[in-house]
Design a protein around this ligand. Structure first.
Ligand SMILES: O=c1[nH]c(NC[C@H](O)[C@H](O)[C@H](O)CO)c([N+](=O)[O-])c(=O)[nH]1
Length: 153
């Protein structure tokens, strides 16, 4: 039986990070978690590019453009959408999720969906580096694993 699985080695790999400025108090923490994870798994600082977009709705377009460039082994999409603060929560979340998946499928480049979607600010804080971990760090781990796995296919 031949088993394929991605190692967690980021050495020599190039990563794009797309991060939403909306809820920047929280998305900056997701970015910090992603950068820390990439660094501690061996990624070189010069091999990481960060692009800021206005909000989660804009994540798919820039994720797709970065993926299409062929410059990156994986893309990490970071954002925070909180229902309590918006009437169009479902639209933003659904379009972000669908668009990020499409950016990945249409280019063959892994684009991880690390968008925190919560009912309220407290839940979002829990996922930005407190008791529920850091969704940005999780997205970076997924990106490293997927990039390693795709090299074997
Ligand atoms: O990233 C977010 N964008 C949000 N809206 C902006 C949206 O992503 C677009 O930037 C905007 O609609 C302009 O296209 C949010 N809310 O509306 O509350 C939110 O919680 N998070």
């Amino acid at each position: 039986v031949k088993v394929l699985e991605g190692m967690l080695n980021a050495q020599g790999m190039k990563f794009g990070i797309v991060v939403a400025r909306f809820n920047e108090f929280l998305t900056s923490k997701l970015l910090g978690g992603a950068l820390d994870t990439l660094h501690r798994h061996g990624a070189d600082e010069d091999d990481i590019t960060v692009a800021w977009v206005p909000g989660a709705y804009e994540l798919p377009l820039v994720s797709k453009k970065m993926a299409e460039s062929g410059k990156y082994d994986a893309i990490i999409a970071l954002g925070t959408v909180i229902r309590g603060s918006t009437t169009h929560y479902d639209y933003v979340c659904n379009e972000a999720a669908k668009g990020i998946a499409q950016a990945s499928m249409s280019t063959g480049v892994p684009v991880t969906f690390s968008v925190v979607t919560t009912e309220n600010i407290e839940q979002a804080i829990e996922r930005a580096g407190t008791k529920a971990g850091n969704k940005g760090a999780d997205g970076a781990m997924t990106a490293i694993e997927m990039a390693n796995l795709l090299k074997q296919l």
